[in-house]
Design a protein around this ligand. Structure first.
Ligand code: NAD
Length: 512
């Protein structure tokens, strides 16, 4: 449908599209995808995945454990050698074919993703296309994945090359599951690694599409495997499996710590993209209209269930009152509704436990002495699911829990600051360091603040705009390692040094 299609027609088309997809899901359930086949859990166990819109059971899902992980890791190990040794041009072709298949199914994937996660269609409509774009980007990088350096010395030619590390585990969260998993899986496959993917238990639906589409695209059996299940069971077993050489993980910081400990006995290489409590700093000389748009977008889009969300607004005291008043009016006007309605800006949160967590921060804010300026209550939305009012907290200070802890919902805490030094101090005074956003028309100040912020990614006068060649990742408790461009290959590949002697250097002669 094009831009001219009325929203009501798109909403109806989405609902109609969902009906047969959901019937099929309910009928077939969701199995693991191992060695090119859909299989039930070896134990026969399943768990239910429920709709955040109305709580109905969407499907029974195979509940994996260590046995299923072993089966998938074995398949990934057996497939590794031929995938590693495949000509890069052929791998490139197959990954482009997978991108084609994703594009052909993009509307179905988008609708299912909305229903499984509660994310609004306006944000998910393009998510599958962006996933396809990830595969295309890394498909084209297949040709350079093995590239290294030439560093000749007096007596030797020294070269380095890269080789894929082996079968890897990818463990992903529930916030934008399809697109996000492709950030990990696309570079891993392009590097020549085989993959065992453990998707989040709260959003298992679209992961099986990816594995099936990979098979349809001609990617050999065993190269991409999916095992469903709970983190402490299937996820833990994946991080402990000796055949799995590295774990690419996206999720909470505390889970990252657990994975590091679990992976220690088998010396796993780890790449972590973890939580955030990201500041957006608005100085009084900024373009305040654009800043306001970005502030609202970066915390209330994607239900605020977004690692890069700017969940702390640091606003200069001189403009704090007027800026916050305009902000409050925008927050009050946000449209909470059914995720398949393209008019919806905020859909239901993923799970009742997550709704309870987000709402608990309203009480915490009040107890600590902050003010709930907007929202703060569950919302009675279509289907009666896990909706919450978009929430704005004012009167907060830096030591309060709502200024320190990741809420991961449509929940923004406003903290005024005096000057540049004060802003930097407040911004850095959290355990996290994923992103920072700075709004000012003083370019010198923008660069000074960018330099001083303890965060992996900084945007100046902009919201988060992802560009695939750039490094994506966090500092401090927000992560280890970087994704994107060539950075991804640093993780999925080993660098190998090869030295060729000219035959002229002196070799010490011992025992002569
Ligand atoms: P989570 O850590 O609870 O779960 C993520 C995944 O880890 C799930 O698949 C889960 O089953 C698995 N898991 C849980 N315990 C495990 C264990 N002991 N061993 C192995 N696997 C285990 O996170 P979540 O609640 O699904 O997602 C929300 C979090 O993800 C937020 O903190 C958010 O900031 C973060 N996130 C970060 C980024 C980023 O790029 N930095 C992106 C998206 C989300």
């Amino acid at each position: 449908m094009d831009k001219a299609t009325p929203k009501a027609d798109i909403y109806k088309a989405n609902l109609d599209r969902a009906v047969p997809l959901l019937a099929k899901l309910k009928d077939e359930g969701i199995g693991h995808f191992i060695d090119g086949k859909v299989v039930p859990a070896i134990s026969g166990a399943t768990f239910e995945t429920k709709s955040p819109i109305d709580g109905t059971v969407l499907a029974k899902v195979a509940r994996g454990n260590a046995e299923d992980i072993d089966r998938a890791a074995t398949a990934a190990s057996l497939a590794f050698k031929s995938w590693r040794d495949m000509a890069p041009a052929m791998r490139r072709k197959l990954l482009h074919r997978l991108a084609d298949a994703i594009e052909a199914n993009a509307e179905d994937i988008a609708v299912l993703e909305c229903i499984d996660t509660g994310q609004a269609y306006r944000f998910m409509a393009k998510a599958a296309l962006r996933a396809a774009e990830n595969f295309r980007f890394f498909a084209d990088k297949c040709m350079e994945a093995r590239d290294g350096q030439s560093t000749p010395s007096d007596e030797h030619w020294n070269i380095s090359t890269r080789v894929p590390i082996g079968p890897v585990g990818v463990i992903t969260p529930w916030n934008t599951p399809f697109m996000l998993s492709t950030w990990k899986i696309a570079p891993a496959l392009a590097a020549g690694c085989t993959v065992v993917h453990k998707p989040a238990e709260w959003s298992p639906i679209t992961a099986q599409w990816l594995a099936k589409l990979a098979k349809e695209a001609g990617i050999p059996d065993g190269v991409l495997n999916t095992v469903h299940g709970f983190g402490e069971e299937a996820g833990k077993a994946l991080t402990e499996h000796p055949a799995i050489k590295a774990i690419g993980f996206v999720g909470e910081s505390s889970t990252g710590s657990a994975i590091m400990a679990q992976g220690a006995p088998t010396l796993k290489r780890v790449h972590f993209e973890l939580g955030g409590k990201n500041p957006v700093i608005v100085f009084d000389d900024a373009d305040l209209e654009r800043a306001l748009d970005a502030v609202v977008f970066m915390i209330y889009s994607l239900n605020g269930e977004r690692c890069t969300s700017s969940s702390r607004l640091l606003v200069q005291q001189s403009i704090a009152e007027t800026f916050t008043a305009k902000l409050a009016a925008r927050v009050r006007a946000l449209k909470v509704g059914h995720p398949l309605d393209p008019a919806t800006e905020i859909g239901p949160l993923i799970h009742e436990r997550h709704l309870a967590k987000v709402c608990s921060y309203v009480d915490i804010a009040r107890q600590d002495g902050a003010i709930i300026a907007v929202g703060g209550k569950p919302f009675d939305g279509p289907g009666g699911g896990h909706y919450v009012e978009p929430t704005l907290v004012t009167g907060a200070s830096q030591t309060m829990r709502v200024a320190q802890e990741e809420v991961f919902g449509p929940f923004l805490t406003v903290i005024p600051f005096r000057d540049e030094t004060d802003a930097i101090a407040i911004a850095n005074d959290v355990q996290y360091g994923l992103t920072g956003y700075v709004w000012t028309n003083d370019m010198g100040r923008a660069l000074r603040v960018a330099d001083a912020l303890e965060a992996g990614m900084i945007w100046l006068n902009s919201e988060n705009v992802r560009h695939l060649p750039t490094p994506f990742g966090g500092m401090k408790a927000s992560g280890i390692g970087r994704d994107g461009g060539d950075y991804s290959f640093d993780f999925y590949m080993e660098t190998k040094h090869v030295s060729l002697a000219r035959g002229t250097h002196k070799i010490q002669r011992l025992g002569v």
